[in-house]
Ligand binder design. Sequence first.
Ligand code: 13P
Ligand code: SF4
Length: 329
Amino acid sequence: MINILNERNHLNLNLSNEELIVEIGKIKKKRNAIILAHYYQEAEIQDIADFVGDSLQLSQQAAKTQADVIVFAGVVFMAETAKILCPEKTVLIPDLDAGCSLADSCNETDFKEFLNKYPNHTVISYVNTSAKIKALTDIVCTSSNALGIVNSLDKNEKIIFAPDRNLGNYIKSITGRDMVIWDGACHVHDRFSLEKIIKIKNENIGAKIIAHPECDKKILILADYIGSTSGLLNFVQKDDAKSYIVCTESGILHQMKLTMPQKVFIPAPPNDSTCACNDCQYMKLISLKKIYISLKYNRFEINLDENIRAKAELPIRRMLSISENLGFK
Ligand code: 13P
Ligand code: SF4
């Protein structure tokens, strides 16, 4: 540890972003590494990533990459998912504190009790869960394929859906399926202000409201379009409106502005602050500097208990296979 710290201190950490990008490129080449970044990452990280995508696309990329090292510019459950799929690879998360309030809302002990209350149910868990929860799951899903996965099951199948109550209730309302839903939520998506969104809508005639399904029902009812991060991005590229009020984490605005520079994207504000946009503090823990240190010193390597990993792999593989049949490639 002392060596690492000394070496870190010795490192010229005053490197500019441009210099960091050059150094990251050199180490990536040397180590045959790739950077996978989620849409909620800072713009400068999205710009240097080998692949930017939603949770499903990131797991698909992890499953098929030929790289030896994967640096996950995202949160821990995403890096864990990559490690579950590629146990032989080195998977790195540049900051171990990059957690997820939604994943944290579902712990193993309480989840086991919940499962015991509802025997003979198919367990569908959102990818935003720990490896231990995935190991107790039949099929993993993400926001882009949750509807397809529920619909792929027999009509009479009883379903446990965890941990996001907003996504679960949204899917239940569309499908009318027999679903018991875990009472968890993402603090970012659950805190959008209805009043502030209505005010922005009134001030921007013609603006469409687009929302991630992790948002509360009161926001989803207002939305002109509901979809995953990639769904939202695809929608603004095909739709004919000129402006959008975007109800998800503000990082997605970077790709929206890049691909549709002529359109206006207004981040939806949260109810508990004066801030105009809604950031996930966990996603925003990742920086260029931390990616550089991560690649240089293997900080921080994801390691999983093999028994848990192997059990967690099955429901993720089922998700990937159903998704392929549904056309998510
Ligand atoms: P998607 O990118 O799959 O829509 O998920 C959003 C999210 O909550 C990531 O933490
Ligand atoms: Fe988790 Fe919400 Fe952050 Fe996504 S935005 S990583 S669901 S806390």
